[in-house]
Design a protein around this ligand. Structure first.
Ligand code: GDP
Length: 306
């Protein structure tokens, strides 16, 4: 796993550059505070949180009589960390249940989200991490609407010796594929199942129907350990709208924020966690096999402020 802080720093965050430009001024006047707030808004932190942060910072500056840029910067860092790190459990649950008779119920992670956000890539990267940690894994290609998606997933799996359960019929029932995947994993005593789904956000009823059915058939075989929603960090407020819909239909337990490399829009972390009460658990930092990292609030903020 790459270190979030280093990777974000290397991508040269425009947010950090702008924030630091303002904070390096000798004296912060009304215009400077406005500019700071605007910078946070541009980064998709959201209007409420941005205003609160600026207010908290101004109060501290006033109360402590702080004037130098380094101190303001340290306060900003502390406020940002508090903002991106509310009291949410970021543990990614991938441990199977081992029964007294020695049989195993796999951990089942369902990966949902709109097409193109990076679901398949995320599943591929996560598979590598799990295999490297010594877990056995089976993948389910429940995105049956695009044959290419199943091919892509199969390729990711094959590279680390992991099997992908799929259908070769376009438009096959995704729930049937999901069921077969979990059944296969159970029969073989595999530790973790990752199920990739299609992201057709045609309408809420259709999505609810499809994900509802997938969830129901999976839980006949094993409880769902995680429902991970994949969001593209570059889509800003649109990502937040997607998150609302999926949270409503799929009982999301964690967010994977992809494409954080080279975007100043990471502020969506704040908005999504605040609005849904669901933690960002993983972040995507590129298209490569090792570009996945656990979310860590301090590293994230330091990356922004480099
Ligand atoms: P899906 O339709 O949700 O399964 O999306 P894919 O996994 O096929 O990814 C869509 C595109 O986004 C591909 O070109 C990926 O290589 C790219 N992608 C996925 N994750 C990341 C990331 O973290 N950073 C960048 N830069 N690209 C990513």
């Amino acid at each position: 796993l790459v270190r979030l802080r280093d990777r974000l720093a290397r991508s040269g965050s425009p947010l950090g550059t702008r924030l630091l430009a303002v904070l390096s001024r000798d004296h912060l006047g009304e215009d400077d505070w406005d500019e700071l707030e605007e910078t946070l808004l541009l980064a998709d932190v959201g209007a409420g949180p941005a205003a609160e942060l600026i207010e908290a910072l101004r109060t501290q500056v006033r109360v402590h009589g702080v004037k130098d840029a380094a101190s303001v910067r340290a306060m900003l860092r502390a406020e940002l960390v508090a903002l991106v790190d509310p009291d949410l459990d970021r543990t990614l649950h991938t441990t199977p249940t081992v029964h007294e008779d020695g049989t195993k119920t796999p951990a089942v992670l369902l990966v949902v989200g709109v097409n193109g956000t990076g679901k398949t890539t995320t599943v591929g990267k996560l598979t590598r991490v799990l295999v490297a940690e010594g877990s056995t894994v089976v993948l389910g290609a429940a995105d049956t609407f695009r044959a290419a998606a199943a091919d892509q997933l199969t390729t990711w799996g094959a590279r680390v010796g992991v099997e992908t359960v799929r259908s070769f019929k376009d438009g096959a029932d995704p729930a049937a594929v999901a069921f077969d995947t979990v059944r296969t994993a159970r029969e073989r005593g595999v530790d973790v199942v990752l199920v990739d789904t299609a992201g057709r956000l045609q309408n809420k009823a259709g999505l609810m129907d499809e994900l509802g059915k997938i969830t129901r058939v999976i839980t006949k075989e094993a409880p769902l350990t995680e429902v991970l929603l994949v969001l593209d960090a570059t889509t800003g407020q649109n990502g937040l709208n997607q998150a609302r819909v999926f949270a409503e239909v799929a009982g999301v337990t964690g967010i994977v924020l992809t494409k954080l490399d080279g975007t100043a829009k990471g502020g969506i972390v704040v908005a999504v966690q605040r609005e849904l009460g669901v933690p960002v658990k993983l972040v995507g930092l590129g298209e490569g096999p090792d570009d996945l990292a656990p979310f860590d609030a301090e590293g994230f903020v330091d990356g922004l402020l480099q």
